[in-house]
Design a protein around this ligand. Structure first.
Ligand code: IPM
Ligand code: MG
Length: 355
C-alpha cells in the first residue's frame, strides 16, 4: 500500500508560488516512482497573508503546519510591505513562525556542483569539491534576546544563550558530522563576548560525547576570511543565530548561485524546508526563477523528515543530471549552458529525469 504524507505548503510572496509548484511537480514524480502519496495543503504567510488577513502569520497557518508531517516553504517579503512597522512586516512573521514551530536547528548546506565551478566568483581550484554544512541556531541569540527596544536616542538588543540551547544545537552538529567527514568547527566571538565564552565551553563539553568527531573553534571574523581563503577546510560549521545568518549567505556564494541551495529548519516538532534565497520580487511572475533550491529542499524533506532516502537520492540525482546535461535557468546562463530554460521547464526536466 502506498505511504501517505501530509505536506503543508507555504508558497509565500514573489517567486514563491512558481518555485514551490515545481517542487510539487518533482515530489509527485518521485511519489509515482516509489509509491508515495503526498497530500498538500496550502497556508498563507508573509505579504500575501498581510493582504488577505492583516497578519503576516495567521494562527491557521501555525496550526495547519503543526498538524502536517513536514512543511515546504517558498519565500516571503517584498517592497510592497517594506514600509510597514517592524512587527507587521513579513520578516517578523517568519521569526515568529520559527519560534512557534520550535525549529532551533537550521541546516544550510553549501555544495559546489562540479559543472558550476566557474560560476563562483572564486577560483575553481579554491572551491572545487567544497561540501560544507552550516548548522545555525535559529530561535535564540540576539534575534530574540530580551531586553530589546528603541527610543529617541538608543537602540538595543541582547545576545543571550542558555546552556540548554547551546547543548541541543551542538548535538545536532555533532550527529550530522558523524554522518559526514566527522569535523565540527564551532564559530564564536569568545575573545570579546561572554555569551560566546559560554558557547565555547558548552560545545567543548558536548564534544566529549562524540570522541570520533574532531572539534575546532574559530572566531567569526576569521571564519568569514577562511571561507573565502580556503573553504575546503570546513565540514560542519556550528554557530549561533546572527553569525550563522551572515556566514551562511557568504558560504552560499561559493556555489555560484544562491538559486541552488536548500535549507532545513528542524527542532521540536514539524520541520520546515525552504530555499535559502528570498522572494526575488524583481523577477516574480516571469517564469524565470531557478527552482532548484526549492526542489532540493523537497529532497531534504524526504531525507530528514520522512526518512524516504531512496526518493531523496532520486531527486538529487535528477538535479545533477539536469545540470550536467547543460540545462540552465537565467541565473546560470553564463556557465556551460546548452539550453536556457524557464522555471517550469526546469521542473519538467528534473521530474522527467526521475521517471
Ligand atoms: C534568513 C533571512 C532571515 C534571517 C530574515 C528574512 C529575517 O535572512 O533566513 O537568513 O535573518 O534569519
Ligand atoms: Mg539571512
Amino acid at each position: 500500500m502506498a505511504k501517505t504524507y501530509n505536506i503543508s505548503l507555504i508558497k509565500g510572496d514573489g517567486i514563491g508560488t512558481e518555485i514551490v509548484n515545481e517542487a510539487v511537480k518533482v515530489l509527485d514524480a518521485v511519489g509515482k516512482k516509489f509509491d508515495i502519496i503526498f497530500n498538500y495543503k496550502e497556508y498563507l504567510m508573509g505579504g500575501c497573508a498581510i493582504d488577505a488577513t492583516g497578519n503576516p502569520l495567521p494562527q491557521e497557518t501555525i496550526d495547519g503546519v503543526k498538524a502536517s508531517d513536514a512543511c515546504l516553504f517558498g519565500a516571503i517579503g517584498g517592497p510592497k510591505w517594506d514600509n510597514l512597522s517592524r512587527e507587521l512586516r513579513p520578516e517578523s512573521g517568519l521569526l515568529r513562525f520559527r519560534k512557534e514551530m520550535g525549529v532551533f536547528a537550521n541546516l544550510r548546506p553549501a555544495v559546489v556542483y562540479d559543472e558550476l565551478t566557474d560560476a563562483s566568483s572564486l577560483k575553481p581550484e579554491v572551491i572545487k569539491g567544497v561540501d560544507i554544512m552550516v548548522v545555525r541556531e535559529l530561535i535564540g541569540g540576539i534575534y530574540f534576546g530580551k531586553p530589546s527596544g528603541k527610543d529617541e536616542t538608543h537602540g538595543w538588543n541582547t545576545m543571550v544563550y542558555s546552556i540548554q540551547e547551546i547543548e541541543r544545537i551542538a548535538h545536532v552538529a555533532f550527529k550530522l558530522a558523524m554522518k559526514r567527514d566527522k569535523r565540527v568547527c564551532s564559530i564564536d566571538k569568545a575573545n570579546v563576548l561572554d555569551v560566546s565564552a559560554l558557547w565555547r565551553e558548552t560545545v567543548e563539553k558536548i564534544s566529549k560525547e562524540y570522541p570520533e568527531v574532531e572539534l575546532s573553534h574559530m572566531y567569526v571574523d576569521n571564519c568569514a576570511m577562511q571561507l573565502i581563503a580556503n573553504p575546503r577546510q570546513f565540514d560542519v560549521i556550528l554557530t549561533g543565530n546572527i553569525f550563522g545568518d551572515i556566514l551562511s549567505d557568504e558560504a552560499s556564494m561559493l556555489s555560484g548561485s544562491i538559486g541552488l541551495l536548500p535549507s532545513a529548519s528542524t527542532g521540536e516538532s514539524v520541520a520546515v524546508y525552504e530555499p535559502i534565497h528570498g522572494s526575488a520580487p524583481d523577477i516574480a511572475g516571469q517564469n524565470k526563477a531557478n527552482p532548484i533550491a526549492t526542489i532540493s529542499s523537497a529532497s531534504m524533506m524526504l531525507r530528514y523528515s520522512l526518512d524516504e532516502i531512496e526518493a531523496a537520492n532520486a531527486i538529487d540525482d535528477a538535479i545533477k543530471k539536469a545540470m550536467s546535461d547543460g540545462y540552465r535557468t537565467g541565473d546560470l546562463a553564463a556557465y556551460d549552458c546548452k539550453e536556457l530554460v524557464n522555471t517550469q521547464q526546469m521542473g519538467d526536466i528534473i521530474a522527467s529525469n526521475i521517471l
